[in-house]
Each structure stands twice: as C-alpha cells, then as structure tokens.
Design a protein around this ligand. Structure first.
Ligand code: AMP
Length: 357
C-alpha cells in the first residue's frame, strides 16, 4: 500500500511554528515554513523553507502550490496574505477569527456578542476620550491599549486621572486605542480549545499563568481553581470555537476575580505559550492537536496524565539548562535561537510531578 505524504505550510518561523513542524513530523506530515527572517527557529526543523515577505504574492503563490494545507503561527500576519492564500489552498484558522484577534476593539465586541464577559471597554481616538471615559465610569484608573500589534504587555499603558493624558496617549503612538477598566484579578488563566473539520471540539485542562514584566513566566496545569470555574472556562472556550467555526487551536486568556468571576482578556487564534505543558503532560499536545485539525484529521480528547509546571526560559534563564538537564522530572525544550537577549523566549522546561514508585 502506498501512503500519500501531505505537506502543511506554516506562515511564521518562530518557536510555535517550530513545535508545530515537529508535531507534524510525528504524524508523517511534511512542513514548509514561510517567514521573512532567515535562520528562524522553525527553519531548522522543516522540510522546506521560503524566506520572503508576507506581501510577496509571487512567493506566496509558489508556496501555496507546494503545500496541501496552510496555517499560521502568529496573529499579526497581514489579513490580505491569508485571504490571498485562501483562494489557493485551505487556510485554517480562517481569516474571520484572524481579523477579530488582530484588533482589540473588534475582539472585545465579538467576545461580548458571543456572550462572553470582558472588562468594561470603550474606544478612544484622542486623549480627551480617556478623560471622558474615566468620568463616565466614575473611576480614576484605566488601562489604555493600542488596538493592533500588542503582545506581552507591549502597546499598553496604565493611566491615572492625575497623569498627563497627552503624554499617556503619546506613549502609545497610535491613532486608535481601547480603554479598559482595571480588573482586580486573583489569577490569570487560559483555556486552549481545538476544533476539527468534523466539528469535534475539545479543550485542554485550564492553565494558571504567572507573568513577570508582562511576559509569561510560569504555567501550572491543571489550574488550582474550582470545578465550577474550570467548567465555565471550558464552556467559554467551546462557545468561542463554535461561534467562529474554528478549525485549529485557539487560546482564550481569562482573569479570575476574587468573586470567582471569569473575565475574558484576549483571544489568540493559534497555539499558545500557556499550552506548552501539554507536550509532556497530556496524551496529545496542543501542537499535535493543531496539526491534526488544520490537516483535516480528527482531534482527540486531551487527557492529562501528569501535573506539570511550565517555566519559560527567558533571556539569561538559559544558564539554568545544564541543571535542568540533570533532572528526571524536567523536560527541556530549546528553540535553537542563537542569541539570548533580554526578554527573548529561548525555550521552556516542563517540570513533571512524577509519582514515586
Ligand atoms: P494583554 O496585552 O492584553 O495580554 O495584557 C498583558 C497583561 O496586562 C495581562 O496579562 C494582565 O496581567 C495585564 N492586564 C491587561 N488588561 C488588564 C485589565 N483590564 N485589568 C488588569 N490587568 C490587565
């Protein structure tokens, strides 16, 4: 019997693309990475690599012709690129959810329309809108975020009514922003949901996330939250996936308040840093689940077999690797980045809570 070998094209060459390519390889699927930077983490583990800009439509057409399915590893891919590729090959998740997640105003609106609670929010086009909103909400503080290209706390400021509103606005360097009420949260959590072309929809156990300087530092799975909260987070994730007809993996970031309420913060229509623990703690990883879904295979029900704490290796944290390598409970994942710059995600370690026999 002859096996047909399929190829998955991935836009973006970072660590998420790298770990997706490795998961694809496990399933006998080839990968072709398309990325503007040379020697990116994914280029080191892929079958084919195109170095070109996302606006290079000739290169995109050649790329599309060489693959069977297309996905992307981050949400700041130009929408036109995905819409162009969709005319040639199946691209998952499709451009609808990409468009929503690229703009915080559209994202908040979409979440609320899907019946999912967010912080209070209001659009802002000029500094005075911040003052007007603080007065209307009768509060003295808020967070102002650029509508586009924000990640790891970039593109956002905290504003107090004693601050100079013009200088707050100038720091953002934007023409369009979203003002959010400050959520007094106990924890930050995330839920990762996968949905396939057959309509199967599954979630991973909820993860608790700790950030340092706005960058994810540690994830604990399962999150030490109540069954009701975990069920609610799961229902929210599934509701979103169904609402957008998701094919692939999507992460929903949530705040857990002291009253036990769950408030949605952000959607990422892709695999997520807070799901890296699944590589060693579950029967199926978020990357495998994603590859299965976008390549037209069925996803499976994730079952966590081991409690895990994931530590990101950021910048100089790579110095700890030799110690981690000696530990039987530490699963080390490095992304092949040559330079350990401050704030740069170099790898992660999944610490397993192993049972003594
Ligand atoms: P974001 O860029 O939206 O993911 O926000 C980065 C981090 O800022 C989050 O992980 C939170 O720690 C914090 N943050 C964002 N929005 C809010 C909010 N409305 N209230 C309180 N903290 C927030």
């Amino acid at each position: 019997m002859k096996m047909e070998i399929k190829t998955l094209g991935i836009l973006g060459g970072g660590q998420l693309g790298r770990m997706s390519a490795l998961a694809a390889s496990k399933l006998g699927i080839r990968t072709h990475i398309f990325c503007p930077e040379e020697n990116c983490p994914a280029s080191q583990v892929t079958d084919a690599f195109t170095q070109a800009n996302y606006e290079d439509f000739n290169a995109l057409k050649i790329f599309a012709d060489s693959v069977d399915f297309i996905s992307y590893e981050f949400e700041n891919i130009p929408l036109e690129t995905v819409e162009f590729l969709q005319k040639h090959k199946p691209v998952y998740p499709d451009s609808r959810i990409l468009e929503v997640s690229q703009n915080r105003l559209k994202e908040k609106k979409f979440l609320n329309e899907s019946g999912i609670k967010t912080a209070l929010w209001a659009p802002a086009e000029k500094p005075e809108d911040i003052i007007e909103t603080l007065n209307r909400w009768n509060v003295s503080d808020c967070i102002v975020k650029t509508t586009r290209f924000g990640y790891d706390g970039k593109g956002q400021i905290k504003h107090n009514d004693k601050d100079d509103v013009l200088s707050s606005w100038m720091k953002l360097q934007t023409e369009e922003a979203v003002i959010e009420s400050i959520v007094e949260f106990l924890y930050e959590c995330s839920i990762i949901v996968a949905r396939d072309v057959f309509g199967n929809c599954e979630t991973f156990p909820v993860t608790l996330n700790r950030h340092v300087n706005h960058i994810l530092s540690e994830s604990i799975a399962p999150a030490p939250i109540s069954k009701e909260q975990s069920d609610l987070a799961t229902a929210m994730g599934k509701k979103l996936a169904e609402a957008v007809g998701l094919v692939g993996v999507l992460a929903l970031e949530l705040f857990v308040t002291k009253d036990g309420e769950l408030i949605a913060n952000e959607i990422a229509p892709r695999t997520h840093n807070s799901g890296h623990w699944t590589m060693d703690g579950c029967n199926v990883s978020q990357f495998e689940q994603h590859v299965r879904a976008v390549c037209g295979m069925p996803i499976v029900k994730p079952v966590q077999h081991t409690p895990v704490t994931m530590h990101n290796l950021i910048g100089g944290d790579v110095k700890k690797v030799p110690e981690y390598l000696k530990r039987p409970d530490a699963c080390v994942h490095l992304y092949g980045k040559m330079e350990a710059r401050e704030g740069r995600k170099m790898g992660h370690v999944n610490i397993l809570k192993l049972q003594e026999k």
